[in-house]
Design a protein around this ligand. Structure first.
Ligand SMILES: [Fe+2]
Length: 277
């Protein structure tokens, strides 16, 4: 099997490519825009047959990235059955399996960061999107987020996986590439040693200033911001506030492409993944 982690350095956004060397069947997890060129190059160079585009959740920006990959490389967009935003070709639920050559991808329902958040397990590794990050977890800023559900999803499902399971999240701003379930159970700064009630309180009161690249991506993508007027929602306002603090002259009236450029500038300005604590 071919396994490739693809990371966009400025934003810390991860995508993953998995391919069966015999059948040439392949899948991509979370094909964020910044990684598309590398993904397409790998698919072409390795003569892979893209079967699935797996979405761990369905922010509007993520949906646009998946549609772009499907248009250029084919494949079926797979998302949670609970996903309301994403235009998916196949909807899956907790316990479902996806065949890939002789391999099997297992779907783990993990609502919380968004209602439609799911993780995918393959062999000894799990792709967790923004549900479980390195030492943290995704924010609960989107309209359908639920901190209690997020706690249950991580502690009752992800933490029930074998401790040696490799954790591959959707983003990391600090340069890490992999963790394990054992490591997260022992040292996740948001979850370890914290009750469900304490976790909900913490997440509900978490300051948004200094958010990680992942959190910024989540906030910006948790609503179809590219179709809405500026300042039309609290999440957008939070993003605008963060951008305005770090990027001089930022007035919020910019397009999708400029937004990504601003995120890059944020990363270079020293944003780290320590914001939620
Ligand atoms: Fe997210």
């Amino acid at each position: 099997m071919l396994f490739q982690q693809i990371r966009n350095a400025p934003t810390g956004a991860f995508s993953y490519l998995l391919g069966d060397r015999d059948s040439r069947q392949a899948l991509v997890v979370d094909p964020v825009d910044q990684n598309l060129n590398v993904i397409l190059a790998l698919i072409g160079d390795l003569a892979l047959d893209l079967r699935y585009i797996l979405m761990t959740h369905g922010h509007a920006a993520s949906a646009a990235d998946a549609l772009r990959l499907r248009a250029q490389a084919g494949g079926r967009i797979v998302a949670s059955i609970a996903c309301q935003i994403l235009v998916a070709d196949q909807r899956v639920d907790h316990g479902d399996c996806l065949p890939l050559g002789d391999e099997v991808i297992h779907v783990i329902g993990t609502p919380g960061h968004t209602q439609c958040s799911i993780c995918y397990r393959w062999r000894d590794r799990v792709f967790t999107g923004d549900t479980l990050l390195f030492g943290a977890c995704g924010d609960v800023n989107s309209a359908d987020a639920d901190a209690g559900c997020l706690f249950d999803s991580v502690t009752r499902r992800l933490f029930m996986l074998p401790p040696e399971t490799l954790v591959f999240p959707g983003a990391d701003a600090n340069g890490r590439t992999v963790s394990t379930i054992a490591e997260e159970k022992a040292g996740n700064r948001l979850l370890s040693g914290r009750s469900r009630e304490a976790f909900v309180t913490l997440m509900s009161s978490a300051p948004r200033q200094g958010a990680s690249g992942s959190s910024l991506r989540s906030m910006s993508g948790s609503m179809p911001w590219q179709f809405l007027p500026v300042n039309s929602g609290s999440h957008w306002q939070a993003v605008m506030s963060l951008l305005g603090e770090v990027v001089p002259g930022c007035d919020g009236a910019f397009s999708n492409g400029v937004f990504h450029q601003r995120l890059t500038e944020l990363s270079r300005a020293g944003f780290s993944g320590t914001a939620l604590v």
